[in-house]
Unconditional design. Structure first.
Length: 142
């Protein structure tokens, strides 16, 4: 692969994202109060998931030549997990701003189970599972 300025900028952004994303996740956890994010934690989570997508793009690019059957759908699942994490952050922001209680959100989630399950509850575990499976595959391929 011939390296161009674009490749180097992209790699630097991906590398920086691999530092920023987990750092922001850690910082956002300090704003986790009684099982929910507040406006600050939600905002940090939204920013972190954006950096996670860039980081995942870099990490999965290392496997696309040796494990294409995993790398392509794996990236899709990882990005979907990031979007779900983003949704949790946005939920925290809006709940805090508009004073919506956790019980009110869960009540409405029961009214609209398909949407909430697709965008948050069932897809939420995809993010950590993506990290786990990616780590295992990277260890296998060294």
């Amino acid at each position: 692969m011939k390296y161009t300025t674009t490749n180097l900028i992209e790699q630097r952004l991906q590398g920086l994202s691999m530092i920023i994303a987990p750092f922001l996740f850690v910082v956002s956890s300090f704003y986790w109060q009684q099982g929910e994010y507040d406006i600050t934690g939600g905002t940090l989570l939204v920013i972190a998931t954006t950096f996670w997508i860039i980081a995942f793009m870099g990490l999965f690019s290392y496997l696309k030549d040796t494990m294409p059957r995993y790398a392509v759908p794996g990236l899709l699942v990882a990005i979907f997990g990031c979007i779900s994490g983003n949704n949790f952050g946005m939920r925290g922001i809006y709940a805090d701003v508009f004073g919506i209680t956790k019980q009110a959100i869960l009540k409405q989630a029961a009214v609209h189970p398909v949407s909430f399950n697709i965008t948050m509850f069932l897809s939420g575990p995809l993010f950590p599972l993506s990290l786990l499976v990616l780590g295992i595959n990277m260890l296998r391929k060294k």
